[in-house]
Design a protein around this ligand. Structure first.
Ligand code: NAP
Length: 249
C-alpha cells in the first residue's frame, strides 16, 4: 500500500455502498488517504480509484479477514465503524435465529474485532478518532425489530464503554445514530424485495448517505480536544424509530 508519509489515514468499513461510500468520498476530499473495506471488492476498487484511496476486501464476521485487513495498515488516524445492517422484521415469537446471528455478528462482533485490532494504531497516531455508526435503534426498541435494536444497543454500549476505557489516551470517540437514511439498508433487510424496501421511505423525505457523511466530516475536522460524543440525526419527517409523518395521496 503506497501512502505518502505525511498523509493521515482513515479506515471506513462497509464502504461499498450507502453511508460508508459517501463518508469515504468526504474524508478523501478533506485530505485523508482513505482505506475502504467491505466484501464487494469490485465496488470498492472503483471507489478507491476515484478517490485516490486503497481498497481492501473485508468481512467483519471473519476473524482471518479482519486480521489480514488490519495487519496490512501502516498507520490509522481515523476509524469509521460503519459496516452493519439489519435482516428481517419479525416479532420475537417468530424470530429467525440466523437473522439474529447475522445482525449480531456483523454489527456487534464485527465492530469489536476491527476496533480491538486498530486501537494500538489509533493511539500511536497521537490523535485518533473512532466513529461508530449505530442507529436510533441503539436508543429505542420497536415492535418486530428486536434482532436489530438489540444488536445496535450492544454495538453502542461497546463503543460507549471505550469512551471511558480510553480516557487519557489520544483517541476521540463519536457515536452517530441516524434515523431513516435511504441506502441499500432496507433492500438488504428485506432480502432484495425492492417494493417492500421502497415502502420504508414512501411519503417521507428521508436522509441520504451524504447527510451522514457531512456530519462525519465535521466530526473529523474538529480540533483534537473536541469530542462530539453522540449525535442523533433524523429526517424532519421522523419523530422516533417508528413514528413518521407520511404524505400519502
Ligand atoms: P448499506 O447501503 O446496506 O451499506 C452497508 C455496508 O455494510 C455495505 O458496504 C456492506 O458491504 C457492508 N457490510 C455488510 N456486511 C459486512 C461484512 N460482513 N463485512 C464487511 N462489510 C459489511 O446500508 P447503510 O445504510 O449505508 O448502512 C451503514 C450503517 O448505517 C450500518 O451500520 C447500519 O446499521 C447503519 N444505519 C443505517 C440506517 C439507515 O436507515 N440506512 C439508519 C441507522 C443506522 P458488503 O455487502 O460489500 O460487504
Amino acid at each position: 500500500m503506497s501512502i505518502s508519509p505525511d498523509s493521515r489515514v482513515a479506515v471506513v468499513t462497509g464502504a461499498s455502498s450507502g453511508i460508508g461510500e459517501a463518508t469515504a468520498r468526504t474524508l478523501a476530499a478533506q485530505g485523508f488517504h482513505v482505506v475502504v473495506g467491505a466484501r464487494r471488492l469490485d465496488r470498492l476498487q472503483k471507489l478507491a480509484d476515484e478517490i485516490g484511496g486503497t481498497a481492501l476486501e473485508l468481512d467483519v464476521t471473519d476473524e482471518d479477514s479482519v486480521e489480514a485487513f488490519t495487519t496490512v495498515l501502516p498507520r490509522v488516524d481515523v476509524l469509521i465503524n460503519n459496516a452493519g445492517g439489519a435482516k428481517g422484521l419479525a416479532p420475537v415469537t417468530e424470530a429467525v435465529e440466523d437473522d439474529w446471528r447475522w445482525m449480531w455478528e456483523t454489527n456487534v462482533i464485527g465492530t469489536l474485532r476491527v476496533t480491538k485490532a486498530l486501537i494500538p494504531k489509533l493511539i500511536a497516531s497521537g490523535d485518533g478518532l473512532i466513529v461508530t455508526v449505530t442507529s436510533v435503534a441503539a436508543f429505542e426498541a420497536y415492535d418486530n425489530g428486536a434482532g436489530y435494536t438489540s444488536a445496535k444497543h450492544a454495538q453502542a454500549v461497546l463503543h460507549r464503554t471505550l469512551r471511558g476505557e480510553l480516557l487519557g489516551q489520544p483517541v476521540r470517540l463519536t457515536e452517530i445514530a441516524p434515523g431513516a437514511v435511504e441506502t441499500e439498508f432496507s433492500l438488504v433487510r428485506f432480502e432484495g424485495d425492492r417494493e417492500r424496501a421502497d415502502k420504508v421511505y414512501e411519503g417521507i423525505t428521508p436522509l441520504v448517505a451524504q447527510d451522514i457523511a457531512e456530519i462525519i466530516g465535521f466530526v473529523a475536522s474538529r480540533p483534537s480536544h473536541v469530542d462530539l460524543d453522540q449525535i442523533i440525526v433524523k429526517p424532519r419527517d421522523q419523530a422516533s424509530a417508528g413514528r413518521f409523518h407520511r404524505v400519502t395521496d
